[in-house]
Design a protein around this ligand. Sequence first.
Ligand code: NAP
Length: 282
Amino acid sequence: MYKIIDGKAIREYNLEKISEQVEELKANGILPTLAVIIVGNDPASRIYVNNKKAACERTGMRSLEYALPEETTTEELLELIDKLNADKSVNGILCQLPVPKHINKNLVLERILPEKDVDCFHPENVGRLCIGNGELVPCTPMGMVKMLEYEDIDPTGKHCVIIGRSDIVGKPMAMLMLARNATVTICHSKTQNLAEITKQADILVAAVGIAKFVKEDMVKDGAIVLDVGMDRDENGKLCGDVDFENVKDKTSMITPVPGGVGPMTIAMLMRNTLTAAKIQNK
Ligand code: NAP
């Protein structure tokens, strides 16, 4: 019998703990503050930004929104980031992606001071993650780590297979699992005999971006399956990278979509903002 890993409940547990720590900082005169920049009118980005602001409110943090028009130039965006970098009352800065095509995304992401880089995209933070001393950690992978911790699963010695090698999910998840003593394999679109590898996984992470990609013959009996995917099925309904209905009975634990990994990401953004406030105030 499998167990569903309840992302909403684990998010609430984490947000509660974060709120308590925010209260402690506030009692010492520190108000953790997140600045969110959004450029253009992408409806999905608007929803994400609203959710991030709501999470700040929920945890007692302050949020600042900078909504810039579509035609904003790279230089104008860099000017705003410089201003926020210099503002001691701002602890975390994030620029909602995607930015319009004419903006140099890498220049923008690298301009955010590493200690305010709550998305953990800056090369310095990526480097720190690789050498195992990162304090700000990529939100989606860290959300999965927190799920494993909540479920009392120690990755030590387990074979963690990750399908997907993106900079945002696959690669940082590999680093976090390695740091927790798992044996890690990363697969991607050029991997041969994928099912043979995924069937060896004690912990299988699906970060592919293809609806219901992981089928039951790709999963070992009793595996723990973490589904990062946010896809649409043939009826336009939100689903994951895992064929949940057919895979679930083979697993010992599995995250659903929706209600699994997704809710944890914003909780980890709040965690990073809190951490950034602590780092900046020693
Ligand atoms: P991405 O940058 O598109 O990366 C997808 C990865 O999957 C790539 O490494 C790609 O390999 C690999 N891949 C594609 N087809 C494959 C195949 N047939 N066999 C094996 N590997 C294959 O995606 P991402 O940003 O990591 O996101 C993955 C999914 O997670 C998406 O559905 C996204 O919406 C979702 N997501 C959710 C959250 C959340 O908060 N829940 C956060 C981020 C992402 P190559 O490198 O060889 O191309």
